[in-house]
Design a binder for this molecule. Sequence first.
Ligand code: MLT
Length: 302
Amino acid sequence: MYKIGTLNKISPVGLARLTDDYTVVEDIAEANGIILRSYDMHEMELSDNLLAVGRAGAGVNNIPLDKCAEQGIVVFNAPGANANAVKELCLTGMLLAARNVPAGLAWASTLTGTEGVGKAVEKGKGQFAGTEIKGKTLGVIGLGAIGVLVANAAETLGMKVIGYDPFLSVKAAHSLSNTIDIVDALKDLYPQCDYISIHVPVMDDTKGMIDAEAIAQMKDGVVFLNFARDKLVNDTDMLAALESGKVKKYVTDFPNDAVIGKEGVIATPHLGASSAEAEDNCAVMAADEIMDYLENGNIVNS
Ligand code: MLT
């Protein structure tokens, strides 16, 4: 009997995949396999019982990969399983920014309990006029499962899309989407885009890649969207760019102490993958990967 532990609330649909050969245990030290979402495992002691970790999501920056490798623990992730959810929230973020929805919502809620709301609305609405995204240019940095979905969806909304992927050749990127314009350097993407959305993992060479130097190459008044990870963006440089008006809005699913509540920041609490469907898909994929490894030694998405 294999023992599985969980470090976050994991979809029951995923846990229901576990066959009779598995039991879900409370004591994580007993577990042969762990399924988790964003729990940070870096400070955790890894017991000798642990053979596999299944990240019910794409990013593995919350897992101590080197420590796992040293102890022979295989780490899996669930690439693509939540891509549609992230795509939908990313498009939502773009539309929220374009149409000044957060400011409009906040203003409308101040009218609660007052008389003549209808009249006040008609008087006040002019201050929130926005722009349409149709006809604007979106730059997508990172053309993995999420980036490609965002690019394709933006095109269906009438946007022109320019894509760049640090890990794919232009030819390989074109095989994923032959309608978007692929560039082989960010310097060719930055100056052309009204919106830029980043979809790369945090690694040594992507950490802080959106810094003053990168921002300086962007169009004045660009809207920058981050539904990937906060560490990709240099906060100090982003805040300076918001203050100067170089960046019009910073839409982030990863607010931190530095950016929360700042003028021009539209923040959601790491909700990209938090749809019922994505939670099920990710948990199912992670459970299947762990079972396939423990029973058959197969390693997929490691
Ligand atoms: C991901 O890396 O795919 C997300 O962070 C998943 C999650 O929110 O659990």
